[in-house]
Design a protein around this ligand. Structure first.
Ligand SMILES: [Mg+2]
Length: 159
């Protein structure tokens, strides 16, 4: 099994920890959600991070501050939502036959794109997008969790 992770709001509390007028010091203090490092460490499948950048270099700084870089097989830093979907597609092509799961806090982005591509989707229902209701079929996740530590329980078990 291969898991594609979103970063902001999925692996750490974006809204709670990075104010809009963030400083370098805010970034240095970033902490992943409880259970994130433990999961990344113990999950033996391939892990890939796909994240969209707003400010140049910002995602790299966050990834370093969170101390999660070594856990990922690869990291895609995108600049548009379309690029994010294309990255999912590229990963799909790189790992044919692999069961792909995408974990994200946006049903209108990671869940929608994942589902459109036929991936299993997990909605990390946290932070400012937690109250959004699915607007269409493609936004309905396969699984929903409200804490990262629930992820292992909902992952599809291998056939
Ligand atoms: Mg996010």
């Amino acid at each position: 099994m291969l898991i594609i992770f979103d970063l902001d709001g999925t692996l750490y509390d974006r809204a709670g920890q990075v104010p809009d007028n963030y400083t370098e010091q805010d970034l240095q203090q970033l902490k992943p959600f409880p259970g994130v490092k433990e999961f990344l460490q113990s999950f033996s499948g391939t892990k890939i991070l796909v994240t969209k950048e707003t400010d140049p270099g910002l995602q790299d700084k966050k990834i370093n501050a969170l101390g999660i870089r070594p856990y990922f097989h690869s990291i895609y830093i995108c600049h548009t939502d379309e690029e994010k979907k294309k990255s999912f597609q590229e990963i799909q092509q790189q790992f044919p036959g692999e069961e792909l799961v995408v974990v994200g806090d946006r049903i209108d982005l990671e869940v929608k794109f994942g589902k459109e591509l036929g991936l299993k989707t997990v909605w990390m229902r946290q932070g400012k997008h937690r109250d959004r209701r699915p607007q269409e079929y493609w936004e309905v996740p396969d699984y929903e969790i409200s804490e990262f530590s629930e992820l292992a329980e909902v992952l599809p078990s291998p056939p």
